[in-house]
Design a protein around this ligand. Structure first.
Ligand SMILES: *Cc1c(COP(=O)(O)O)cnc(C)c1O
Length: 357
């Protein structure tokens, strides 16, 4: 293992003089702020925060200090190890732009998996080497080792994996972290639903590890667009240099901060969702056309069904939308079904039981 961050970073990023905002240069409390060319008089609409009307005419905190302090408390993670982005999607894009030289470098993805790694790479003109997960949706370590070349900068591991739902074996991720000289991104968008514990507690052992989490799933805040990345101080510093200066707007910062007070509520919802997942799993298994319900550590189930395309269309006609993954390699005849409310899950099962193939 020969990890060298300086060597891995693109030259232009290593040498970047990042944009310094007026708010970066002054962070104290001032009474007269004439530094950022804002409208000093007011904003035509305000944000209601607990009955208080907050003006929107001032630029937001570019480094999201208060928000990161709250995340730090919840995750037990020092602030310098936290990046906040406009969804995890921003973190994915920023990482590719830091480490991958367009037209030269490549990333490795492990399909079937989340589509954004490949899309972000394509937008940046970065080649994608796809190393399929095996039949149990686990990593083929040897195939990954064979695919790595001197231009391979990032390996994306999604655990729990979307769309299969399972967690990736810890020992396998450990082997990758110990043997791959590039950046290993572990995307934990669904970690709240998993039996596995987070990799974010392993950062000190692995300087090449980046862990992604999000407020879009268990936290119930998909509309706010807030993604998290945890990594070494050095990697977080690079991410902060490359992101847009004001990447998280004030509404997201304030509302996410409020949402993050409700840990107990979110944990209760997560337990309910896991219980419903168990119920759905059993019910789906009993359908005559179900071939397999894959074990899930997430808030969805991948289900292999005879005639999945027809079942997908039938459900759509009945006003029930699931994700058809049939055309995805490794997911032939599979539908991905998000765990809904008790009523939604009952409606789904009733509709499926009425299906006449
Ligand atoms: C839903 C999802 C995300 C979340 O992306 P955001 O941009 O944070 O909403 C990230 N990774 C995976 C694998 C997902 O399924």
């Amino acid at each position: 293992m020969d990890f060298n961050l300086d060597y891995l970073v693109r030259d232009n990023i290593r040498n970047l003089a990042p944009y310094s905002t007026a708010r970066h240069e002054f962070s104290g409390e001032a009474s007269v702020m004439l530094d950022a060319n804002e409208n000093a008089i007011g904003s035509p609409v305000t944000l209601d925060i607990n009955g208080q009307q907050e003006l929107l005419n001032r630029y937001p905190d570019p480094v999201q200090t208060k928000l990161k302090q709250r995340i730090s408390e919840i995750k037990g993670m020092p602030v310098e190890h936290i990046f906040t982005g406009n969804g995890s999607d921003e973190a994915i894009d920023v990482l590719i732009r830091i480490f991958c030289e367009p037209g030269f470098d490549n990333i490795i993805t492990l399909p079937p998996t989340y589509g954004m790694y490949g899309v972000a790479a394509a937008i940046n003109n970065i080649k994608v080497k796809e190393v399929p997960l095996n039949a149990g949706f686990q990593m083929d370590i040897q195939a990954i080792a064979d695919a790595v070349d001197e231009y391979t900068k990032i390996l994306f591991i999604c655990s729990p994996n979307n769309p299969s739902g399972n967690s990736i074996n810890r020992q396998d991720i450990e082997i990758i972290l110990n043997n791959f000289d590039g950046i290993v991104v572990v995307d934990e968008a669904y970690i709240n639903y998993a039996r596995q514990k987070t990799w974010s507690l392993q950062l000190t052992d692995h300087p090449n590890l980046v862990v992604l989490q999000t407020l879009s799933k268990a936290w119930g805040l998909a509309a706010l667009r807030l993604g998290l990345a945890f990594a070494s101080k050095e990697i977080i510093h690079l991410m902060n240099n490359v992101k847009y200066p004001y990447n998280i707007n004030i509404a997201t910062q304030e509302l996410a901060l409020q949402g993050l007070q409700n840990v107990d509520q979110v944990n209760a919802w997560t337990r309910d969702c896991i219980e419903q997942r168990g119920w759905l799993e059993k019910e789906l298994q009993q359908l005559p056309f179900t071939q397999k319900v894959y074990p899930s550590d997430a808030n969805f189930l991948l289900v292999k069904m005879t005639g999945a395309n027809a079942i997908f269309s039938y459900l759509q006609q009945k006003g029930i939308i699931v994700r058809n993954r049939s055309s995805v390699p490794g997911c032939a005849d599979c539908l991905r079904i998000t765990v809904g409310t008790v009523e939604e899950n009952k409606a789904l099962m009733k509709t499926l039981k009425d299906y006449q193939g």
